[in-house]
Write a new protein. Structure first.
Length: 374
């Protein structure tokens, strides 16, 4: 049976999460906005319980969490929701990086068409943003800095703590897209300087279609987000629509399980990664990015095309190349391009990602197959 090694694209739901989601769909199916009977009250209690479970991951108050359909929606609400504040205060400058997910880059590109000025920070060959470049890019009128935590393609971990330090003397809002790290990689995100965090359920063993936006208060002051669409006023009016109670409950449980196990998970996956790296070194593989997440390895072997390798690996392991996660059509990875990789390196890059559920990566077999292509 094919071994699934594409956990950065999506994870399966944990069985206990799936059981809870099922129960909430079939038995405890109330609408959390129904205030007139016990079905609604039970649903609301389940939502608020899950909200606390999500909040606990990054040590915020549950009032600072809203549920969304995933990180794409969270990113859009955080970025577009600040637009009115930025315009009213003449702060129409945004700083982001060249390696953000499209769900950050596209809303920012939209704001650019509305007269916002955007600085796209460069990325080094190591996959890291340069904090001095951020420092130099800040202006009085910068309203938003949006920098991801862990890159989905390379796993490069951005220096969130240093970024927070630089921003400690600036008022710009800081948004961190933590789709690949929330709950799984228990570092950096509890920093009080981060204003917004985007999280995604399906990267964390909850179902697809659920996520959260964390909106930290500064002291007692809420960030000045405005809704980007309108309806029944749910989730502080920022994400109107009937709440997906079963998915929310499942996401809450997934967060609690992750929080209790993340340290152990990180150690386990770091072992898998070290072993695969050792095997690949014999093929003179190049590892794309430094200081990368233990959950993923992005590499290229000179002379080997990733599409050809993936055909050969079919039936053995399910892996992807850099672009697979963001698009159904092939386009060269904007992340690897930003890192200055050659076209050959980009065409050769393979992303392998795993989790605590992965018992072993068949490193020897992967290397044997790749070697056949040399
Ligand atoms: N940001 C990053 C870094 C991601 O990896 C993803 C998923 N590929 C997203 C945002 C979008 O998340 P979702 O699928 O929950 O909308």
């Amino acid at each position: 049976m094919t071994i699934y090694l594409d956990y950065n694209a999506t994870t399966p739901a944990l069985p206990e999460v799936a059981d809870l989601v099922y129960r909430m769909m079939v038995d405890d199916f109330g609408n959390s906005s129904s205030r007139t009977h016990e079905f609604g009250i039970a649903a609301k209690q389940a939502v608020e319980f899950a909200r606390t479970q999500v909040a606990n991951v990054v040590q915020v108050d549950k009032a600072e969490v809203i549920f969304t359909s995933g990180a794409t929606e969270s990113n859009n609400i955080a970025i577009l929701g600040l637009c009115e504040f930025a315009e009213a205060n003449d702060k129409k400058h945004i700083i982001t990086t060249k390696i953000e997910h499209k769900s950050v880059l596209e809303p920012i590109k939209h704001l650019q068409t509305q007269g916002f000025d955007v600085t796209y920070l460069n990325i080094g060959k190591d996959g890291q943003v340069n904090v001095n470049e951020l420092k130099a890019a800040l202006r009085d009128e910068t309203c938003l800095v949006s920098i991801m935590h862990i890159n989905n393609e390379t796993g490069s971990i951005q220096p969130i703590t240093e970024i927070c330090q630089i921003l400690s003397s600036h008022e710009a809002y800081l948004h961190v897209d933590a789709a690949q790290s929330f709950g799984k990689y228990p570092f950096d995100l509890d920093n009080q300087r981060i204003d917004f965090i985007s999280a995604s359920g399906h990267k964390l063993f909850a179902p697809k279609g659920i996520g959260a936006l964390i909106m930290r208060r500064r002291g007692f002051i809420k960030p000045p987000l405005k809704p980007i669409y309108f309806g029944g006023g749910q989730e502080k009016g920022l994400r109107p629509g009937t709440l997906a109670v079963p998915l929310i409950a499942g996401f809450g449980l997934a967060c609690e399980l992750a929080q209790n196990n993340a340290q152990k998970w990180c150690e386990h996956v770091a072992g898998l990664k070290a072993k695969l790296m050792d095997s690949l070194r014999a093929l003179e593989a190049e590892f794309n990015g430094n200081n990368t997440s233990p959950y993923v390895l992005n590499f290229s072997v000179p002379g080997v095309n990733s599409e050809a390798a993936m055909v050969m690996l079919k039936g053995i392991v399910a892996v992807s190349n850099g672009s697979a996660c963001t698009s159904s059509s092939y386009s060269p990875s904007h992340v690897l391009s930003a890192m200055g990789l050659s076209q050959e390196q980009i065409d050769g890059s393979i992303r392998v990602s795993w989790s605590h559920q992965t018992t072993a990566v068949p490193s020897d077999e992967i290397c044997r197959i790749i070697k056949e292509l040399l």
